[in-house]
Design a binder for this molecule. Structure first.
Ligand code: IK2
Length: 428
């Protein structure tokens, strides 16, 4: 039973810590809940609705059946087999000799890797440049450490953009954002939600500014194996003089279509990683052993098959290339203008040419894309994500005519979405 005088004592003082202020709202919960409430076909949240490939599932089963040690604690900063396989694999990709014990930290998903980066590297008052559109947690994580976010948007070079390739940073605008207080810049390639894959020249322009102003680069590369139409993912850490200042973040969930495992990692120079280790060991301390073992086995297999048609890093983009085209032609056929992504899980589409009478007073103060997404979920049973939530308040209005669709879904899910869109366009 609750003791009322005690409750009054507790309630009479501020319970929450200040760092929780202004970061308590999470739009994902709202849209995910809405999709569940209306049992909508879900092209909203970015996870595959299909199983990981057999070799990945088997790796997990083998790990779980692999003896007592698979069920116990392992090395704090990363299971030895996983840090070794990540170091071996990425030494080959970057051409830089990566030390498994010094230069790698295994985290609970890429999400926690980002958290450790901001906690370990950003002080109160430090400025962090965030390229828009951005994965939302960058903003809240910078706020939580008392940092100041400074935004710079990718903009389409041509009005009627049909590919994420024409969305670029203005070199002058970006340069103008660097100040003596700038500590870091955050980039995401391939980008969520746009699907942009940065070209070497674009990364070089960012790298030059980082070097000139002695700034760190946090590079979120969770979709690194998913590029289409001959586009190639380039690691900014592999550009001259960038290894020492880049924090590269990856995700086992996105890499092997097993997002629920929540195995992520950071690869960087040991002099940076050591500070992230401090945050890690004083918070989560440890990532589940069996899932790490499974990701290690999967990487070892990929190392052997690298570049061959049997490699999952070839097979997954090949499969998604087809689904991406299917979604694009479906959107076009109902009058939505898709922006073809060069990489990643998502496609955004321009919704400004379709006029909808929302007839829903509960959303009247919201942006156009949020109203559209809620209407599409509630009235038509198709869940998507509004793109303005990937922008800062100062730029949101400019980009509220886009909606994000996830195409990493079963063919049947995409077919169901297509049926809904067709019926709608035929006025049924
Ligand atoms: N970084 C980016 C760019 C991500 O997209 C994600 C995963 N979130 O995607 C959900 C969505 O947009 O619908 C992460 C980091 C986090 O990855 P992990 O699942 O490994 O923590």
């Amino acid at each position: 039973m609750i003791n009322v005088p005690l409750l009054q004592i507790i309630m009479s003082r501020r319970i929450h810590a200040r760092r929780t202020e202004g970061v308590d709202k999470n739009v994902w919960n709202e849209f995910t809940q809405l999709a569940a409430d209306y049992k909508a076909v879900n092209l909203g949240h970015g996870f595959p609705d299909f199983s990981p490939p057999k070799f990945v599932q088997e790796a997990f089963c083998d790990a779980v059946n692999g003896g007592a040690q698979m069920h116990q604690y392992t090395r704090v900063f990363g299971h030895p087999r996983l840090v070794q396989s990540l170091a071996t694999f990425f030494s080959r990709v970057t051409g830089h000799e990566i030390d498994p014990l010094e230069d790698v930290l295994v985290t609970v998903g890429a999400y926690q890797a980002l958290f450790c980066a901001f906690q370990a590297l950003i002080d109160e008052g430090d400025e962090v440049i965030i390229v828009e559109p951005y994965f939302n947690c960058y903003q809240t994580m910078v706020k939580m450490v008392g940092g100041k976010e400074v935004y710079v948007p990718l903009r389409p070079k041509v009005e009627e953009s049909q590919s994420s390739a024409v969305w670029t940073l203005s070199a002058e605008e970006l340069a103008s954002k660097f100040t003596p207080r700038t500590k870091a810049i955050v980039i995401n390639t391939p980008n969520n939600p746009l699907g942009k894959v940065y070209k070497t020249e674009e990364l070089q322009m960012i790298a030059d500014l980082c070097i000139k102003h002695d700034v760190l680069c946090i590079s979120d590369e969770v979709y690194e194996w998913l590029t289409y139409d001959g586009n190639k993912h380039v690691k900014i850490a592999s550009l001259p003089s960038m290894w020492e200042r880049t924090i590269t973040i990856g995700s086992g969930g996105k890499t092997f279509s097993a997002t629920g495992w929540k195995v992520g990692w950071v690869i960087s120079s040991g002099h940076i990683i050591k500070h992230m280790k401090t945050i890690f060991k004083n918070s989560v301390y440890h990532c589940p052993t069996a899932a790490q073992e499974a990701v290690a086995c999967a990487f070892e297999r990929e190392y052997k098959l690298f570049g061959s048609p049997e490699s999952y890093f070839q097979q997954l983009p090949a499969m998604l290339h087809h689904r991406r085209r299917k979604l694009a032609s479906c959107l076009q056929s109902v009058g939505l203008q898709p922006i073809m992504p060069e990489g990643g899980y998502f496609m955004i589409a321009d919704i400004s040419s379709v006029k909808v009478d929302f007839n829903d007073d509960s959303t009247k103060d919201e942006s156009y894309d949020c109203r559209f997404v809620k209407w599409l979920t509630k009235e038509k049973g198709l869940a998507t994500i509004p793109v303005s939530i990937f922008y800062s308040p100062e730029h949101r209005k400019e980009f509220d005519k886009y909606v994000r669709f996830c195409f990493v879904k079963e063919e049947a899910t995409l077919d169901a979405a297509e049926q809904i869109l067709r019926k709608w366009s035929q006025g049924k």
